[in-house]
Structures are given as structure tokens and as C-alpha cells.
Design a binder for this molecule. Sequence first.
Ligand code: SF4
Length: 199
Amino acid sequence: MRIGLDRILCDDSGLLGPGRRMELWFHGCQRNCPGCITKEHNHQPEPMLSLSVQAVYDAIQNEPEIEGITISGGEPFLQSEALLQLAALVYKRGLGIILYSGYLYEELCSSPQFREILSYLDVLIDGPYLWERDDGRAYRGSSNQRLHHLTDRYQSFYQKDRVRECRIEQQGSYLTLTGIPDAASREIWKHLKQGGNIK
Ligand code: SF4
């Protein structure tokens, strides 16, 4: 089983959750939300990377002092079989899992396979990005998105009031964006994207 990814990077800045985390952007999404920062990737027929579940898991567990993973995209549940296999491995290793999905929690609960994936998660941030409800708060793009604690693992981390932050930087020949951008950063990202080499 392979996973189509547009990003796999390790980050310890706290922008996508506590501690040192592997950040995974699953490829593909059909929603087309205005303002989506991965729209160009979503519309590509092929992902930037196609890796076996085992290879992704090996990359995660070989990172020293890793706390967990943060999965977004794209829509992770479009690759549900690979997502299930990876989430089960990461859970059994004792690492934390935070996942962003455009589906609502209630929609995910209607599928036995999706429910099994939910059983491995610590935090689910659900719902699509709605630019008209972008209130600039941390850890989610718009106020319709809800943060569900499916375990107690990250309760204290999210209780602290934080400002929304993101980081745009050069990584080799690519520019990367980490975190959730505010309106100004979205504009900068959009402008930079027109210059190419955006990952
Ligand atoms: S659900 Fe997320 S990934 Fe999909 S189009 Fe909307 S913002 Fe982009």
C-alpha cells in the first residue's frame, strides 16, 4: 500500500502541535475551497511523492525525539486504506496523531473504516476552510472548523491561548509554508507561488 504525499517534513516549532512532529500533506482534495493553500497540489493528477506506508512509518520512527505526526492535505480520508495502516502503526508506537480533514466528525463516524481511523487519533480538526469565516485564531483556518479532543493527550497544549503563526522559508530549491497562514500570509504565499518552486 502506497501513500500519495505532497509534503513530508519534520518540524519542532509548535506550529502544528506540540513537540517534534512529522508533518504529512496527503495528496488530493475535491472541495476546491477559495483560499486553499494547497489548491495547486490538489489539482495535480500525481502527488509529489508516492511512498509505501512502511517507508513513511520508517521515516517517522527514525526521527530522534519524535512526539507525533500532524496529517493534513489535501483530504487525508481520500486515501483511507493507507491512512488506516499508517495511523495504526503510529498509534502502536505510542506517538500522537493530529489530523485535519474537510469532513465533519459526524460524517466520519458514519463509516466503520473511518471510525477505526478516528480511534487512533488524539485530535481531529474538522470541516472545510471557509475564507469568509477566517477569524485569525490559531490551529484552524476558519471558525466553522472544530477541534475535537479524541484523547486527553493534547488537552493542555490547546488550552493555552496562542496567536496564529506560520513560517515561509526556503528549503533547498523550494519555498515551504508551515503552519496556518493569516490573510496577509496567504497573500504573500499566493504572490510567491507565481514565481514557482513552491512545495
Ligand atoms: S478541504 Fe482543505 S485541502 Fe480541501 S480544498 Fe478545502 S482547504 Fe483545501
